[in-house]
Design a protein around this ligand. Structure first.
Ligand SMILES: Nc1ncnc2c1ncn2[C@@H]1O[C@H](COP(=O)(O)OP(=O)(O)OP(=O)(O)O)[C@@H](O)[C@H]1O
Length: 278
């Protein structure tokens, strides 16, 4: 394992780990020797300036990108090849930036589909046959998940007719319906208001009773309030990891973000356009 792997709390055994992963796209080293571990019930945040490799790392964890080098392990056992369709088998669920809801299905049906994927994957052994009684159980479970997120009133609505924040919650419900042991969230706060972000933060903390969460996120406020540990990427490498307070004060992190802000400011100045500096 690389020396800069984000360390777990002493005594914590990892649920999921990534060892020495490298990804190249042509001449671009998107990830170089990245290692991390996620312990049960913890929230790990991955941050970094634009182009740092966060999305690539997320895609490796989901099986969308196959690394040229490195290994992934689940509960100490090596995963030979991660495939998106097999994540559910381990009890891993994810939400993507693009939400991926089916527009012509109601919110409830979208969540039931998520539950079915897990039932078929064998994650819920008792539901694997999916008879009609089981369908009813899945629907019941989906309704309970919508209620948990406070959006049961939208169960019969189609996603395109709903505000973005509700659609985001529907996508989260679809992931949560499986009661995952690890939840992977890609920019869960994007497009949310301050209040909605606070609500999301409280929910992520509440979920630690049953699940570990790894989130890739730009909103520093959310990361600093909900994460137990934070890992910082820059140019595909881990430049810092530790508690939010440790990472916030790390000179390498400040330099990486400052450099990024300066680059953006120069681009904005030369292009004469307003761009969010992240
Ligand atoms: N499919 C691809 N083909 C070529 N280069 C890519 C590809 N995907 C990512 N990259 C490059 O790999 C590097 C890491 O990109 P990545 O999207 O993972 O960063 P990021 O931290 O998620 O950035 P952002 O915060 O802007 O979303 C960047 O230099 C990017 O241009």
């Amino acid at each position: 394992m690389a020396d800069d792997a984000a360390p777990l709390r002493p005594g914590a055994a990892p649920l999921f780990s990534v060892q020495d992963v490298s990804v190249r796209f042509g001449g671009v080293h998107a990830l170089s020797g990245v290692s991390l571990e996620v312990a049960p019930h913890e929230v790990l945040g991955v941050i970094g300036p634009n182009g740092a490799g966060k999305t690539t790392l997320f895609n490796v964890l989901c099986g969308f990108v196959v690394p040229q080098q490195g290994e992934l392990s689940w509960e100490g056992r090596r995963l030979p090849r991660v495939r998106p369709s097999r994540l559910a088998r381990h009890g891993i669920a994810r939400t993507l930036q693009g939400l991926g809801l089916f527009d012509r299905m109601s919110v409830l049906e979208n969540v039931v589909v998520g539950a079915e994927v897990h039932a078929r994957s064998g994650f819920w052994a008792g539901l694997a046959g999916l008879g009609s009684r089981d369908e009813a159980r899945l629907t019941e479970r989906a309704r309970a998940t919508l209620a948990r997120l406070g959006i049961e009133e939208y169960a019969d609505r189609l996603p395109p007719s709903l505000p973005y924040a509700i659609r985001k919650k529907a996508a989260l419900a679809r992931a949560l319906v499986a009661e995952p042991r690890l939840l992977l969230l890609d920019e869960p706060a994007s497009g949310l208001s301050r209040e909605e972000m606070d609500e999301l933060g409280a929910l992520i903390r509440e979920l630690t009773e049953s699940t570990a969460t790894m989130l890739v996120e730009h909103h520093m406020d959310l990361v600093m309030t909900v994460c137990d540990r934070v890992m910082v990427l820059d140019f595909g490498r881990v430049i810092a990891s530790g508690t939010p307070a440790q990472v916030q004060d790390d000179p390498a992190v400040l330099a990486a973000y400052l450099g990024n802000a300066v680059d953006h400011a120069q681009v904005e100045h030369s292009a004469g356009t307003a761009t969010e500096v992240r």
